[in-house]
Design a protein around this ligand. Structure first.
Ligand code: PLP
Length: 380
């Protein structure tokens, strides 16, 4: 099957009992055994559930992976991947990771004896230089949230192999419709399925996908032992949402490209970052490893925080909301919203300025989004 067929069909077959084309939601905690030691492959929903299994198979297939292990949120997924490590292990991470990820690393996992070094992973030399004898994992977000830095995954994979460590990739912004990190040498790819994969702002979820049987077994063990599992209903909603992934990502990407170009030419906009623009520092890598550039744009207004506040309070169609990757266009102010808990000094050192705005471009008619931005920018 080609990718656009897989998004509609992978992992799903008509319900064997009724023929229902949409699979049922197996909303159950447990399963009755036929006799002692004889089940139909399911015993308790924390361990496995038919609806969850369909979703895990579907998303793993889309990534070209053999195993999908689903969790109750993107953060639970990151945490579970890090549970592959032990006290004393070191991680080299992209510096511009989602604020919740750096909070987990710095404020929780360090208490369990892990250490983290943050580098700009768009520069492979910096990653290699940060490797220590106890480095067990290179953790890359590409494109990053919110500065949209792009990392060359093949270069990362070469470094990871040379130093005998794992490469984990948070591919939430790209989705398998645009980038499949396992094909570029990643050991694990993860998503916040809250975002593009489910696509409609309808749930919180996450998934880790791998081709490695041993890693998959370890992640399943964490899934079952910790129990941060998604509900059958959320898995079902994800299965429905993902069917339109290809169509949505094409529209998110074309809308975003048009809006990025518009913002770049606007006199009140100081800087626009979008991997599809030739002005993006890693445009060449993005073009080589992604099939389109997704729907995320960050931009800085002339006039800093007051200008940003006016813009965010003036938009009408764009929703002022703390998420991304859904059908509605959403606008965010990272310094006071998504990354508010990253200390100001650290934010500024990372280039995450107070005037930065992040736009998650939806699939509405692009002329309506442009008209909304035009009217709001006129107020600035
Ligand atoms: C790139 C990235 N990874 C992980 C997460 C965490 O996902 P969740 O909110 O589903 O826990 C987010 C959330 O915004 C994100 O943007």
């Amino acid at each position: 099957m080609k990718f656009d067929t897989k998004v509609v069909r992978a992992g799903i077959s008509p319900d064997p009992t009724t023929g229902a084309i949409v699979p049922p939601i197996y909303q159950t905690a447990t399963y009755v055994l036929e006799e002692v030691g004889k089940s139909k492959g399911f015993d308790y929903t924390r361990s496995t559930n038919p609806t969850r299994k369909m979703m895990e198979t579907c998303l793993a297939t889309l990534e070209g992976g053999a195993h999908g292990i689903a969790f109750s949120s993107g953060m639970a997924t990151v945490d579970s991947c890090l549970k592959l490590l032990s006290a004393g292990d070191h991680v080299v991470s992209s510096d511009d990771v989602y604020g919740g990820v750096s909070r987990l690393f710095n404020q929780i996992l360090t208490r369990y004896g892990m250490t983290f070094t943050y580098v700009d992973s768009s520069n492979p030399e910096l990653v290699e230089a940060a490797i220590r004898p106890n480095t067990k994992l290179i953790w890359v977000e590409t494109p990053t949230n919110p500065l949209l830095k792009v990392t060359d995954l093949r270069a990362m994979s070469r470094i990871a192999k040379a130093h005998n460590c794992l490469l984990g990739v948070d591919s939430t912004f790209a989705t398998p419709a645009l980038l499949r990190p396992l094909e570029h040498g990643a050991d694990i790819v993860m998503h916040s399925t809250t975002k593009y994969l489910s696509g409609h702002n309808q749930l919180i979820g996450g998934i880790a996908i791998t081709n490695d049987d041993d890693l998959a077994a370890k992640l399943r063990f964490v899934q079952k032992s910790v129990g941060a599992v998604p509900s059958p209903f959320d898995c079902w909603l994800t299965l429905l949402g993902v069917k339109t992934l290809s169509l949505r990502m094409a529209r998110h990407s074309s809308n975003a490209m048009e809006i990025a170009k518009y913002l770049e030419s606007h006199p009140k906009v100081a800087r626009v970052t979008y991997p599809g623009l030739e002005s993006h520092p890693q445009h060449a890598i993005a073009k080589a490893q992604m099939s389109a550039f997704s729907g995320m744009i960050s931009f800085e207004l002339e006039g800093g925080i007051p200008a940003g506040r006016t813009l965010l309070n003036s938009v009408r169609l764009c929703q002022l909301a703390e998420s991304l990757g859904a059908v509605e266009t959403m606008i965010t102010h990272p310094a006071t919203m998504t990354h508010a808990e990253v200390p100001a000094a650290e934010r500024h050192a990372r280039g995450l300025t107070d005037g930065l705005c992040r736009l998650s471009v939806g699939i509405e008619d692009v002329s309506d989004i442009l008209a909304d931005l035009e009217a709001a920018l006129a107020e600035v």
